[in-house]
Design a protein around this ligand. Structure first.
Ligand SMILES: Cc1cc2nc3c(=O)[nH]c(=O)nc-3n(C[C@H](O)[C@H](O)[C@H](O)COP(=O)(O)OP(=O)(O)OC[C@H]3O[C@@H](n4cnc5c(N)ncnc54)[C@H](O)[C@@H]3O)c2cc1C
Length: 304
């Protein structure tokens, strides 16, 4: 089947607005970088996710699941696959007592506000992470001493055979920026979170403080994918990069942030090649100076 035939097949169950041909990925990544995806699907129900997977499997077409694109570097040639974007059309939430059940596409910032309105505490750390709940589980996202692992009870996922399964916290195998979702290629559909009753004013104050720390220490005014590298054991990536004299270093339109050396920012229409070139330069210099191998936290995808 060619691209148009796959498109027509997907359209049998999914509306025109939600199946996009040759969609530029720079419109869907926080880095504002990335060539076109052959097809992008933005499902609004579990059935539509299952349908997209079935069409891909039946026709031997690779697919890639994304959320808000805040941890992705998409190469300049784009993606020769169907990108299934589980985001803003898939965001229902139910809060009952201290239990929250939310669909994977909701943004953490939106979910945090809903949780705050119910005076539930424990989710403040996530309020400034610019991803979806599904992306956050996959990456076991964390900040300021908290991580998704601390608040999750379990998740409804789609396995490789298109079957819906419930995974408990243990089964999700959440580790430092990893999970079984990532290693096995499952799809997060819905997440169960357990929090504690708290004091509304205190929750607001903690959230405000964390927002302020983020806005003063991170280059949020420029496109990026957050911290590029994982924290190496015993070190901080940002410090190693700064101590290597690389603060402000540039390759094309990509720059090591002047504000936070762990971030690479898109200062002037950077290409993925610019960012990847700068990543390689940083890794080489840090290895040379400190003998430390920096591993990327961001996911690098797309045609090479
Ligand atoms: C300014 C800035 C600050 C950041 N700060 C932090 C921070 O403090 N802490 C932190 O941990 N991260 C941070 N990040 C990185 C990023 O926001 C997180 O990794 C986030 O969890 C990614 O979510 P996403 O929805 O954008 O996922 P995407 O970037 O779209 O995808 C990330 C990975 O998750 C997978 N994925 C996404 N949704 C699903 C799903 N439903 N089912 C299965 N797999 C899925 C993708 O395949 C991919 O492997 C920051 C990023 C930026 C730009």
């Amino acid at each position: 089947m060619n691209k148009i035939e796959i498109y027509e097949k997907l359209r049998q169950l999914i509306s025109k607005e939600a199946v996009l041909l040759d969609e530029p990925m720079n419109k869907h990544t926080s880095f504002k970088i990335g060539g076109p995806a052959d097809i992008m699907v933005i499902p609004e129900s579990v059935e539509q996710v299952q349908w997209a997977i079935k069409v891909c499997k039946d026709n031997n077409i690779p697919y890639f699941i994304m959320g808000n694109g805040s941890n992705l570097i998409v190469r300049d040639k784009g993606m020769r696959c169907v990108v299934i974007k589980i985001a803003d059309r898939f965001k229902d939430v139910i809060i009952e007592g201290t239990k929250v059940v939310a669909q994977a596409g909701i943004l953490l910032s939106t979910l945090s506000k809903k949780i705050m309105a119910k005076s539930l505490k424990g989710f403040e750390f996530a309020s400034g992470i610019p991803g979806t709940l599904g992306g956050a589980i996959t990456m076991n996202a964390g900040a300021y001493g908290g991580e998704m692992k601390d608040v999750i009870k379990g998740a409804k996922v789609l396995d490789q055979n298109g079957e819906i399964k419930y995974f408990s916290l243990e089964e999700l195998e959440l580790g430092y920026r990893t999970s079984v979702i990532q290693t096995k290629g499952y799809i997060v559909l819905e997440v169960e979170i357990e929090l504690e009753k708290g004091n509304y004013e205190e929750i607001v104050a903690i959230t405000k403080d964390l927002t302020e720390r983020r806005t003063t220490k991170q280059p949020l005014h420029l496109p990026s994918a957050g911290s590029v590298f994982k924290r190496p054991t015993g070190y901080f990536a940002g410090k190693l990069i700064e101590d290597s004299g690389l603060k402000g270093e540039r390759v094309g339109g990509a720059q090591v942030s002047e504000l936070h050396s762990g971030f690479i920012v898109n200062v002037d229409n950077a290409t993925a090649a610019d960012v990847l070139g700068l990543i390689a330069l940083v890794q080489n210099k840090v290895r040379e100076n400190f003998g430390v191998d920096l591993q990327t936290e961001v996911r690098i995808i797309g045609e090479e």
